[in-house]
Design a protein. Structure first.
Length: 496
């Protein structure tokens, strides 16, 4: 049973028995959810005894509108392109749930990194922003010189194409001593740190090769970082670390942004399966209730910590609050591509060793047939057509699917179970806020909009830059806008 103050129900109230609509019990009201487009609508229980009247009401409120997605032109579907580089396959930790069991010193060269960055920018010329992620399958700071060369090239490329080419990475944090932090921040990196909660939670999995936990080393390094506004904590949810609320409460004291994600569950010894999914659902219910209490009391800081990053549940909250629809679970192979140490192009960093997700080579280019197959698999909604979370969840992770079923178009019922619950919690959160205060909801809505716009091209910067007659490079003017707002406004007045 779900530990929640609300009870989920399907077609339970009076004559609300309309095809493609399910209901969530919400106190004196019902929340109706559409399987056609994942829209939600609240009504009082005293209304609509007449089924025909209800159907007309639902039509007027767009509950049966088809989602007008294009299934053909995936080259322009994603506006932010992720360029992933397996810069390091080696690591100084031996995490128990790591998918990279055969660690090596293999790495890509700086020249190949540049070639791959150029290749993807050329392939996606209409993108608004490019994210370069050299995290790889190991610890990127073992290749610090390469990290700095890549960041320098990102700045050069930004100035050349007059769009943002932003370097970002995730590190295990053990090598983040003061000098490395300064080098990364001066180079323009946004970086996150892998940390799994309290010392006990973290050290259960994230250990050095001789078995010693890495928590104390990481915390010591974090404490000496002065500029933490862009620092994020990246948490891996596993069987031995499934206390979501405790993890959040601990890490919110350290990080302005937290992202909690389930481990890819092909590792049955550490992932989410039928033995623990109900417990993890209960943990997320507790987290949701905590966030709701804080938000209703006017404290939006806690929910903002999840919404500002790449948190798994945070994505459901953002999409439900904005009524934002997605066609695919992610951008693997069509908006995100990764270069391996042996110059293979795979659909995402987790796709190494999966033949169906190898989509080309650096020297020979892309295998467009494989990419079309990935796009077809991602956008095929037939397996999700009866699910109310369809256009908020987006479908299955192809890597999880492969390791669960030995095929990329499989279907993991355990993860589906979890994701439907996260959608349910997000809907309850949204309507609890709406029911309490429209002003509070509007603040939350605007915050979610601001977050999503971070991944769009800065059209204001673009317009001003185009009128300055090359007086500024892209990086120079962006620095002015980010750090000297009054000066940027002066330049804007003089040029537009």
């Amino acid at each position: 049973m779900l530990v929640t103050s609300f009870a989920i129900s399907i077609f339970i109230y009076r004559r609300i028995n309309v095809r493609n609509i399910i209901t969530y019990d919400f106190g004196e009201s019902l929340i109706l959810v559409s399987k056609v487009n994942s829209n939600q609508l609240a009504i009082t229980k005293k209304n609509f005894d007449n089924k025909k009247e209800l159907e007309i009401f639902l039509i007027k409120n767009h509950m049966f509108d088809e989602i007008p997605f294009s299934f053909t032109n995936h080259l322009n579907y994603f506006k932010t392109i992720y360029i992933c580089l397996h810069s390091s396959a080696g690591c100084n930790l031996n995490c128990k749930y790591c998918f990279n069991k055969e660690k090596s010193n293999n790495s890509i060269s700086f020249e190949d990194s540049k070639k791959f960055i150029d290749l993807l920018i050329t392939r996606f010329p209409n993108a608004g922003k490019y994210i370069v992620d050299p995290t790889g399958s190991g610890e990127p700071l073992l290749k610090m010189d390469l990290m700095l060369e890549i960041a320098k090239y990102c700045k050069e490329k930004s100035n050349q194409i007059r769009k943002e080419v932003l370097p970002m990475l995730v590190t295990n944090g053990t090598l983040l001593h003061k000098d490395n932090v300064k080098l990364l921040q001066n180079a323009g990196y946004i970086f996150g740190i892998s940390i799994d909660g309290t010392k006990k939670q973290h050290d259960a999995n994230r250990i050095f090769p001789l078995g010693k936990g890495s928590y104390n080393t990481i915390i010591k390094n974090i404490k000496q970082i002065k500029e933490k506004q862009y620092l994020g904590g990246a948490v891996t949810l596993t069987k031995s670390n499934q206390d979501v609320l405790t993890t959040f409460l601990h890490l919110k004291k350290i990080f302005p942004t937290i992202s909690i994600k389930p481990v890819r569950n092909f590792n049955k010894n550490g992932g989410i399966d039928e033995t623990n999914v109900e417990q993890i659902k209960r943990e997320y219910t507790k987290l949701n209730q905590y966030l709701l209490r804080k938000t209703l009391a006017g404290n939006l800081n806690d929910v903002g910590i999840l919404l500002n990053g790449d948190d798994y549940f945070g994505k459901f909250l953002t999409r439900v609050i904005l009524n934002q629809k997605v066609l695919t679970r992610c951008d693997t192979g069509v908006g995100r591509m990764s270069l391996t140490a042996d110059n293979k192009i795979v659909s995402c960093p987790g796709a190494i060793g999966i033949p169906e997700l190898e989509i080309g080579t650096l020297n020979e280019g892309f295998d467009d047939k494989k990419i079309e197959n990935i796009w077809s698999t991602l956008s095929n909604k037939s397996k999700c057509s009866d699910c109310e979370a369809n256009f908020v969840c987006g479908g299955e992770c192809l890597v999880v699917s492969y390791y669960s079923h030995n095929r990329i178009d499989g279907f993991d019922l355990v993860m589906c179970n979890l994701k439907k619950h996260l959608f349910y919690l997000a809907v309850l959160f949204k309507f609890a806020i709406l029911n309490h205060s429209l002003d509070l909801y509007e603040i939350l809505y605007e915050g979610c909009q601001t977050k999503t716009k971070r991944f769009d091209e800065d059209l204001e910067l673009k317009a001003v830059l185009s009128k300055t007659n090359n007086q500024y490079s892209f990086q120079e003017l962006k620095n002015v806008k980010d750090n000297f707002k009054e000066e940027f406004n002066r330049i804007k007045r003089e040029t537009l």
